[in-house]
Design a protein around this ligand. Structure first.
Ligand code: 3PG
Length: 212
């Protein structure tokens, strides 16, 4: 059994803001600012108690967003994510139990890998779209280039330590279909509801990415 891919669902810039959200009241205007700036694929992280409610709110109230849930580290997170309305799923790593839970959802899933061996294990489970994490700590663009001939069927979404200045180099790699990060949503700007700043960062990032 194999899952649908995320790549065909992407439209526009291939940049995925990674969101750490404390409240639904923040989630909706933040998602609206990112979408207005041109970034519509959003990964909410399951790192806060509000994360599932935030996915639900974005799915219901920001129709132009494609919202997924990341930081899925336990098997039970997968059904919770699907029930909240997540359109894609992401984990920082992979275990056999997570693979099973992911396959049961029928949703696109990006398991995290940091090494060639881990990518090979993910491949054995049937996954072809992988999160390379933490990307910059593990070699960034040169590491992705090195994996291309070894894993020709695999496409990566690197995240972890990526900033605006790395975007073009990484997105130009043929085995990269998207990249993500938190640099688009600085904690201070979110806390103080500076949506114009988020909109500006999103627009600047969108301009760096060829449309998918
Ligand atoms: C993730 O979960 O993808 C990362 O925490 C994003 O990494 P960053 O905060 O370094 O962008």
């Amino acid at each position: 059994m194999s899952l649908p891919f995320l790549e065909p669902l992407l439209s526009g810039p291939r940049i995925v803001p990674v969101l750490v959200l404390d409240s639904v009241e923040t989630a909706v205007p933040l998602a609206q600012a990112l979408v207005a700036g041109g970034l519509r694929t959003l990964e909410v992280t399951l790192r806060t108690p509000a994360a599932l409610a935030c996915v639900e709110a974005i799915a219901a109230r920001v129709p132009d967003a494609l919202v997924g849930l990341g930081t899925l580290t336990r098997p039970e997170h997968f059904a919770q994510a699907r029930d909240a309305g997540a359109r894609f799923l992401v984990s920082p790593g992979l275990t056999g139990k997570l693979a099973e839970a992911a396959l049961a959802t029928g949703l696109p899933y990006l398991p995290g890998i940091a090494t060639v061996s881990e990518a090979m294990i993910a491949w054995e489970y049937g996954f072809r779209e992988l999160k390379f994490f933490p990307a910059m700590l593990n070699g960034g663009a040169p590491a992705l280039k090195g994996m291309a001939p070894l894993l020709p069927e695999v496409r990566f979404c690197p995240t972890g330590g990526i900033k605006a200045e790395n975007v073009q180099e990484i997105l130009s790699l043929p085995n990269v279909f998207a990249l993500g990060g938190t640099w688009l949503t600085p904690a201070e700007a979110v806390k103080n509801q500076r949506w114009d700043e988020v909109h500006r960062l999103a627009s600047q990032a969108a301009a760096l990415s060829p449309a998918s």
